[in-house]
Design a protein around this ligand. Structure first.
Ligand code: ADE
Ligand code: ZN
Ligand code: ZN
Length: 259
């Protein structure tokens, strides 16, 4: 009996809080994926649907989180984020960083472009790619190493204990109470020029954008950690824009790969 009590105590207070952090909640990933689908060339969408045996990008987008509960996939946990030290460029630190989200997006792209990659492998790398381009646009996935991308920065979300990372992964989106189809349908209408502008650059330059937003979020959290309506009002437009830009850029990557 004592052992059971001890086990429960250890699990609740020690193991649970150490568990891997999540990412954009499921609806964030699905929104970005659904927006991407709208920007795909017809031929590309057909090829992708065939590769995924009919599955939509929205459903495929959460695969990378679904496999996190399987220990054999632990080696992919570093693929979801990158921590670039202040004042340094990714280029300067990439060797020491090892596998990270920028590296992983490039790896998935190369695997999908390679004629010798099997269908099964292509399915894996495509699902990872759809997910990771979403994560790259979650600012706290390009946050600081010392607080694990805001996971260790305690804040209150509408009076409940939370952390800065989780607020951005899922809690703002949940508070908005829209489905991913609604979120993607209500996205801003973009001109051709705006789309072209967003699609410039590459995963490395896009990460810098997220990092700059993360810096602003850290600075903001210095002043006040009681987040609620005011925080939503200030930051949710930014979050929605990140979901949309992620989708537009994912479409660019996929249009290139499957041209
Ligand atoms: N998730 C887990 N660790 C992280 C980190 N260091 N940065 C961003 N996201 C994370
Ligand atoms: Zn992720
Ligand atoms: Zn996350």
């Amino acid at each position: 009996m004592k052992n059971i009590v001890l086990f429960i105590f250890l699990y609740v207070f020690i193991v649970s809080p150490l568990k891997a952090a999540e990412d954009w909640g499921q609806n964030g990933h699905r929104t970005t994926a659904q927006i991407a689908e709208k920007h795909l060339k017809k031929r590309v969408l057909r090829k992708i649907t065939q590769l995924l045996d009919g599955q939509s990008l929205a459903v495929a987008s959460t695969f990378a989180d679904d496999i996190k509960s399987d220990k054999s996939f632990d080696k992919y946990s570093k693929w979801h984020y990158v921590n670039i030290p202040a004042g340094k460029t990714y280029e300067a630190v990439k060797e020491e960083l090892g596998e990270n989200i920028i590296w992983a997006i490039n790896k998935c792209t190369q695997k999908l472009q390679n004629k010798n990659t099997s269908k099964k492998e292509k399915q894996f790398y495509l699902k990872m790619l759809v997910h990771l381009v979403g994560d790259l646009h979650q600012p706290m996935h390009v946050g600081r190493a010392e607080d694990r991308g805001g996971n260790d920065i305690k804040v209150d979300w509408f009076g409940k204990h939370s952390n800065l990372h989780r607020v951005w992964d899922s809690q703002m989106i949940e508070s908005y109470k829209m489905s991913f189809t609604e979120l993607s349908e209500h996205a801003q209408i973009l001109s051709k020029k705006e789309i072209k502008h967003y699609q410039e650059g590459n995963p490395e330059t896009w990460a810098v954008e997220s990092k700059n937003i993360a810096d602003a979020l850290y600075a903001n959290a210095e002043n006040n950690r009681n987040f609620g309506y005011k925080y939503m009002y200030q930051w949710f437009p930014v979050l929605k824009e990140r979901l949309q830009i992620g989708g537009v850029r994912l479409a660019k990557i996929l249009n290139n790969i499957f041209a």
